[in-house]
Ligand binder design. Structure first.
Ligand code: ASP
Length: 357
């Protein structure tokens, strides 16, 4: 794969040995965008110039080095190759740095955070995603606080060990578990929510760490970086009036292996024969169908209502309280590992990286 990133600034050997060493990975997003004077639209900007706008970085009590995508992107352009690329950067510098901060557009940040959580097995260092709603050069920007606190969180240590040892997402004073988040607002600075899992840190006058909510990985296990994601997956959101044609055409998509079905409430779906038969036939042909709720909080409880009891009988997978973002990326990851059809349901229903309760 073509190298999409550039390295600049000093070499690693110039890093101090006592301070935390943080690698900033700039992928793009509003945080580093500027206005195109002709169209008025925001577009990605050169990261070196961006860094000049944050002299505060020099005041931090850690060594920060940076690396940037050669062509920074709006996160709406992110794809699985980019995710693997970010995972490879982390793999390459895993031993050198104590923590990683990924600057990313907010639009798909929850998908990227979820994907990275699965790609990085036995992660023992912080990988914190952040971005902003306004560009860093804007007078009212939220970028500086997000960036500076994300770096501080990544450099937090206790007894010589990183406090955060998982993929987190820091935005507007809160650190969330990345694979529990969803973007909920395109206007407010508080753009993310984690409705089914408490935030793990809150930044006020002090950084308030909620240790009990942080993942406690086994630090004897070596970090494994996975590099395969299978994109033969789809999401279908149910709505009253959905037709057989729509359902059939999704289920008959060439090569489709996994369908994430966004159902109503606690995992309920129509009980009409055409609907259940279509699902039944797809499962019989080997498709994995995952039941997730379209509600922003709470989860699927298969069998609570008659309208989900049927799905349970059809061997539809219980997504419990997983987000759609985590469900689709977990499916890509699991297919990528080459897992057998027999094990797929059991493993999917197991929490791998704290993504479900
Ligand atoms: N469109 C931008 C992006 O996701 C929005 C943002 O950065 O907040 O890249």
């Amino acid at each position: 794969m073509q190298r999409k990133y550039l390295e600049f600034k000093k070499k690693e050997k110039n890093l101090s040995s006592t301070k935390s060493k943080i690698l900033l990975v700039y992928t793009g997003g509003t945080i580093g965008m500027v206005k195109d004077y002709n169209s008025g639209a925001l577009k990605a900007f050169n990261f070196k110039k961006l860094l000049k706008n944050i002299p505060e970085l020099n005041q931090l009590d850690c060594d920060v080095k940076s690396i940037s995508f050669k062509e920074p992107i709006d996160s709406s352009d992110i794809n699985t190759a980019h995710w693997i690329h970010i995972a490879e950067i982390i793999e390459k510098y895993y031993r050198v740095y104590d923590g990683f901060v990924i600057l990313h557009g907010s639009d798909t940040m929850s998908y990227t955070a979820s994907a990275l959580s699965f790609l990085l097995e036995n992660l023992n260092k912080p990988v914190i995603l952040t971005g902003s709603q306004l560009p860093i050069g804007d007078l009212r920007t939220d970028a500086k606080e997000n960036l500076i606190t994300a770096i501080q969180i990544a450099s937090l240590k206790e007894r010589d060990r990183s406090v955060v040892r998982e993929v987190g997402l820091y935005f507007e004073y809160k650190l969330y578990r990345g694979n529990r988040t969803t973007k909920i607002n395109a206007e407010h600075f508080q753009a993310f929510a984690s409705r089914n899992y408490p935030h793990m840190m809150e930044s006020g006058v002090h950084l308030n760490v909620q240790k009990e909510y942080l993942l406690k990985p086994n630090n004897r296990k070596k970090c494994i970086v996975h590099k395969q994601l299978d994109t033969n997956v789809a999401i279908l959101k149910l709505f009253p009036g959905i037709t057989e044609n729509v359902l059939e055409s999704v289920l008959n998509t060439k090569e489709l292996k996994v369908l994430v079905l966004e159902t109503y409430g606690s995992g309920n779906a129509p009980t009409e024969a055409w609907f259940l038969n279509a699902l039944k036939n797809a499962v019989k042909k080997g498709m994995h169908i995952i039941n997730v709720t379209q509600c922003s909080g709470g989860g699927v409880i298969m069998g609570q209502y008659e309208t989900s009891e049927q799905l349970k009988k059809l061997q539809i997978i219980n997504g419990k309280d997983i987000t759609t973002e985590a469900a689709i990326t977990k499916a890509m990851y699991m297919l990528g590992t080459g897992i057998s059809d027999k094990l797929f349901k059991t493993i999917f229903e197991t929490s791998l990286r704290g993504e479900m309760s």
